[in-house]
Ligand binder design. Structure first.
Ligand code: HEM
Length: 246
């Protein structure tokens, strides 16, 4: 609330001509909307901030952590990804045009999202009775869609389903999933899928690029593999890696 008040005061004092064009600025604009029908209440504004913080923080953190793990184990892929980062950015900070060019990193991130989906499952409530194959699902039933189980199904991905093989994604997601759009859904699917998808993958790639530009990393012998889902998929005992400055 302090941040909101600070921005409001600046506008009232004539020190700024708007509340800002970032996400918080858009929310304050909606809260100050002249049209009552469109206007956000202060509770709406606070709720949106909480949702975005909650939905955006642990999830991306989880993806970045698991990506570091797989690259610490598969050092050849780490080297390939680093080489690509240096080809695109040299030792400069990443930018959005360059991020779009990182084909290998994109494959690595997708394969990590498949193996270690930060959101392991989503729940949906059936609005009205519906037939699903041989099943008839009654209204109000809650069903759990086990994202991570789909990503580990050998019928969808083949017998090497448990292996880290970014090359699955070399021709893109459609080809990796044999055009089955429900086989790879780390961000869920449909109208309530993740609104932060592009932001999350960009954020992860920026952070990963900056780490790869500075360090090589290997897995510490103290690491114990114990992924467990507590809202997001967490490494139960952390991920210990050894950093080697380049
Ligand atoms: C790797 C990172 C992320 C993953 C794997 C992820 C995954 C998901 C999934 C599976 C859902 C659907 C949840 C459900 O239906 O119950 C979701 C929803 C959502 N995500 Fe993300 N998310 C990530 C990052 C982010 C970020 C960075 C933001 C915001 C900046 C964000 C904002 C949201 C919001 C607001 C929703 C609710 C959308 C709605 O209900 O219409 N997410 N996310």
């Amino acid at each position: 609330m302090e941040m909101v008040k600070r921005r409001e005061k600046k506008v009232e004092a004539g020190e700024a001509d708007g509340f800002g064009n970032d996400f918080l600025g858009l929310l304050i604009n909606a809260y100050r909307d002249f049209d009552e029908k469109n206007r956000f209440s202060i509770e709406d504004l606070v709720d949106e901030c909480k949702t975005f913080y909650f939905a955006g923080q642990e999830t991306t953190n989880s993806l970045l952590a698991w990506t570091i793990l797989v690259l610490a184990i598969h050092t050849k892929w780490q080297e390939k990804t680093r080489q690509e980062v240096f080809e695109v950015f040299g030792d400069q900070n990443p930018n959005s045009e360059g991020i779009a060019k990182l084909k290998i990193m994109n494959m690595v991130v997708n394969e990590t999202l498949r193996l270690y989906s930060p959101v392991a499952a989503v729940i949906r409530k059936i609005k009205k009775e519906v037939r699903l194959g041989k099943l008839v699902l009654p209204a109000n039933l809650e069903i759990l869609i086990p994202i991570i189980a789909l990503h580990h199904d050998p019928q969808l991905w083949g017998d090497d389903v448990h292996l880290f093989k970014p090359e699955r994604f070399v021709e893109g997601i459609a080809s990796a999933t044999k055009y089955n759009s429900a086989a790879f859904i780390p961000f869920s699917m449909g109208p309530r899928s993740c609104v932060g998808m592009s932001f999350a993958t960009t954020e992860t790639k920026v952070a990963l690029s900056m780490i790869l530009q500075r360090y090589a990393f290997t897995l510490s012998p103290t690491y114990v593999h114990a992924p467990f889902p507590v809202i997001t998929l967490q490494p139960q005992h952390g991920i210990q890696v050894m950093l080697h400055p380049l």
